[in-house]
Design a protein around this ligand. Structure first.
Ligand SMILES: *Cc1c(COP(=O)(O)O)cnc(C)c1O
Length: 377
């Protein structure tokens, strides 16, 4: 009988095994299953009226991944000149690019405007002044702060303003010659609480009305990213979350409102599988430590914030509880303190599914360990 390990789809598993058997690419690397990316791109936004999808490049900026996403025709959300350059190299038209980083560098602003990008987020007066200088008349949208409860990666402290201030900022932008077109928010990344979007939509509605009462007619609502993927626990299906969002949107907004969605993690996360090697084992007190060649610094940074991964080893040995750590000499380089899987041998391969988002984009070559290369399969 064929056994498919926990946390990976059968088709991805089979493709990964084929690739590993055939390839002499040095380990570690990150396999990205194109079929899963395609499935996600086709699914996201399908259940929401008037939705346009912009892939948040920071989740995985690998150029081949971006090329594959670009070929499917959706847009991109970027935050820096580096991300912009990937898209210009791919020939993505500026009309397909937005930037929702509320505080932009001068250089990025200049390069984005020169390329023709014309949608910018903001949440402060200083940013309005900056945008008015670099891009007079540009389409701008204000970032509203919304609850981030139930998100594993909250984003609400760094950005966003409350309704009153947001309304003031929309007026201020108009006074400065910009074109205030809408509102954005982000419920937090890996958000498994559908009510976050509902309360965010309600709050956006209040801002929409407040702005209208003051003579600002908006036409766009950007609901950000945040859709969750499965790591070790089940999460809501995208369709179920979108149904709830769509219901809230229909209740709160006129029919012709344009909806923008900026998914990152959900587009690429569960297509990715790290393929690495077990490089050491040790008993420390009564703990079993396992050392592998992908760690916090060269790919698994999100483990520090609480993301838990599945580990697949070929071994049929006795299951043990492992402290799993990366190859560097830093004591922060611990990925998991209670991972359960059978005991592998040093030199065995280890696979880590759901590793397509916020892994290689966060990685550094700290201590001389290379960043795993992304390979589309
Ligand atoms: C990171 C980010 C996203 C993507 O969020 P996910 O949780 O990965 O879907 C979307 N919009 C903005 C402004 C972001 O900063």
């Amino acid at each position: 009988m064929e056994i498919i390990p926990e946390g990976i789809k059968k088709s991805t598993w089979n493709k990964a095994l084929d690739y590993i058997a055939m390839s002499d690419e040095p380990l570690p690397y990150l396999l990205m299953d194109k079929d899963i990316i395609r499935e996600k791109v086709c699914q996201i936004g399908r259940t929401i009226r008037n939705a346009k999808v912009f892939y948040a490049v920071k989740a995985n900026p690998d150029i081949e991944v971006c090329r594959f996403v670009a070929e499917m025709g959706i847009g991109f959300e970027i935050a820096s000149e580096g991300e912009l350059r990937i898209l210009t190299e791919l020939g993505v038209a500026p009309e397909r690019i937005i930037t929702s980083n509320p505080i932009k560098t001068f250089r990025f602003m200049a390069e984005a405007v020169a390329y023709g990008v014309n949608y910018f987020a903001y949440d402060s007066k200083a940013e309005v002044d900056k945008m008015a200088r670099y891009s007079p008349g540009a389409n701008v949208y204000v970032r509203l702060v919304v609850p981030n409860e139930g998100s594993e990666w909250p984003l609400s402290k760094k950005f966003g303003v409350e309704i009153e201030e947001a309304a003031q900022l929309l007026i201020y932008a108009k006074d400065k010659g910009l074109n205030p077109v809408g509102i954005t928010f982000h419920v937090g990344s890996q958000c498994n609480n559908p009510y976050n979007w509902q309360s965010a939509v309600d709050k956006a509605r209040e801002l929409w009305e407040t702005a209208e009462a003051q003579g600002i007619r908006l036409r766009m609502l950007n609901i950000g990213g945040g859709y969750p993927i499965r790591y070790t626990k089940n999460v809501f299906e995208i369709e179920a979350i979108e149904k709830k969002i769509d219901k809230a949107l229909r209740r709160c907004f006129p029919e012709d409102v344009e909806i923008f969605i900026e998914p990152g993690r959900s587009v690429v996360g569960d297509s990715g599988v790290f393929v690495g090697t077990v490089i050491g084992k040790a008993k420390r007190g009564d703990e079993d430590w396992l050392y592998i060649d992908v760690g916090v610094f060269n790919g698994l940074m999100e483990s520090v914030g609480g993301i838990k991964y599945n580990y697949i080893v070929g071994s049929r040995g006795e299951a043990k509880t492992w402290t799993v750590c990366g190859p560097s000499c830093d004591s922060m380089d611990v990925i998991d303190k209670e991972a359960e899987f059978p005991e592998p041998e040093v030199g065995n391969r280890i696979l880590i599914p759901s590793a397509g988002a916020y892994t290689i984009s966060y990685a550094s070559e700290f201590n001389g360990f290379s960043i795993p290369k992304a390979i589309l399969i």
